[in-house]
Design a protein around this ligand. Structure first.
Ligand SMILES: Nc1ncnc2c1ncn2[C@@H]1O[C@H](COP(=O)(O)OP(=O)(O)O)[C@@H](O)[C@H]1O
Ligand SMILES: [Mg+2]
Length: 342
């Protein structure tokens, strides 16, 4: 069975750096944490920043490097969003783990083994405010023997009393160079061929999120074999091809509603996701030359409204029709409202 497990292992796990020093691009974080590893003393920590930038990786790496494989199980509790972390769990499971005393282990196998446990709360911004509040006491009561690592995308969703007790580390979106070099490394290890165009496409569609980039790469490799093109990557990523977006914009600019309607019909028939189109239209509109700020604002306002409606479960076709009719009118400086002739 072993080989099957091996081949189906997600590359995000396979290529997750095991040591803090191997976490790329987050230099300041790495510097401070390396120091922690040397002294063994560490505060409560809060890692925040966009997805796929190394937060979970860093937290797991530091926990492993502090305790080594033998002690890890008894000293580290990992809880992520898929675990129940409601107020009851905070009151029972987390509290029980936090309350256990730890012995002062002699350094085992060269690991610092400091005299405390670590509780990693991944995706902590999905915890309810009540649960977070319940944590305050636990944090204080057991601060001698327990350190908390909170990980989140949005620091504003962590209640102030928790955030203020932590050393905060911001993770930056990864630069294209860093993404490219990690991707090339993986291609090399996996025996994949990815040309320069494919590489730049991959960096740009994943927008600083290395997890996404690696996932797209693995999906493409599964579907298309070892030679991967820019087109393959776009097709697994669900990104709408540039020429489709351009055709829709062109139809809107022409002022011909029937033409724009036809483009929307094609778009829906191809099965692209509408919300993705809104995102890409937004990027395209912001960059538009020869369109006034007022026109852009009018278009973008509707893009936002349609996005909200889609999240609420509205019909994709109707929302897109609304968007393109509004965009057409804005481009042609037609008044808002329902009356439309043409
Ligand atoms: N700074 C980084 N250096 C090296 N690899 C990274 C970095 N950030 C993300 N990765 C890669 O992306 C994957 C997801 O990273 P993860 O730490 O889980 O992201 P998140 O910030 O969302 O917790 C990892 O498996 C790793 O391979
Ligand atoms: Mg994570």
């Amino acid at each position: 069975m072993a080989p099957i497990v091996q081949s189906s292992q997600p590359w995000v796990e396979k290529y997750r750096p095991k040591q803090v020093k191997d976490v790329a691009y987050q230099d300041e974080v790495v510097r401070v944490l390396t120091n922690t590893l040397e002294t063994g003393s560490c505060p409560h920590m809060l890692f925040y920043g966009p997805p796929g930038t190394g937060k979970t990786t860093t937290a797991l790496a530091i926990a492993h490097q502090l305790f080594g494989p033998e002690l890890y199980k008894s000293r580290v509790l990992e809880l992520n969003a898929s675990d129940d972390r409601g107020i009851n769990v905070v009151r029972t499971k987390i509290k029980d783990f936090a309350a256990v005393a730890v012995g002062t282990n002699p350094k085992k196998g060269g690991y610092p083994c400091p005299p405390y446990k670590i509780i990693v709360l991944d995706e902590a911004d999905s915890m309810t405010e009540d649960a977070q509040n319940a944590l305050r006491r636990t944090m204080e009561t057991y601060s001698k023997v327990t350190r908390f690592f909170f990980i989140c995308n949005y620091i504003s969703r962590i209640i102030e009393p928790l955030a203020s007790r932590c050393a905060k580390f911001r993770f930056k979106p990864l630069s294209e160079e860093i993404m490219s070099s990690r991707i090339l490394y993986i291609c090399n290890e996996e025996g994949l061929h990815l040309d320069a165009e494919g590489l730049s496409t991959l960096s740009s569609i994943s927008q600083g999120d290395l997890r996404r980039a690696i996932t797209y790469l693995q999906s493409s490799a599964r579907l298309f074999g070892s030679h991967i093109s820019s087109k393959d990557l776009i097709s697994v990523s669900g990104v709408v091809p540039e020429n489709v977006v351009e055709a829709i914009l062109k139809a809107c600019k022409s002022g011909n509603f029937d033409l724009a309607n036809k483009e929307v019909n094609n778009f829906i028939a191809e099965g692209y996701p509408a919300s993705q189109l809104l995102t890409q239209l937004f990027d395209a509109i912001v960059e538009e030359k020869g369109t006034s700020d007022k026109q852009k604002a009018r278009i973008c306002k509707k893009l936002g409204e349609a996005d909200k409606c889609l999240v609420d479960g509205a019909d994709e076709y109707l929302q897109l029709l609304d968007v393109i009719s509004n965009t057409t009118k804005a481009f042609c400086d037609m008044p808002e409202g329902l009356s439309y002739e043409g």
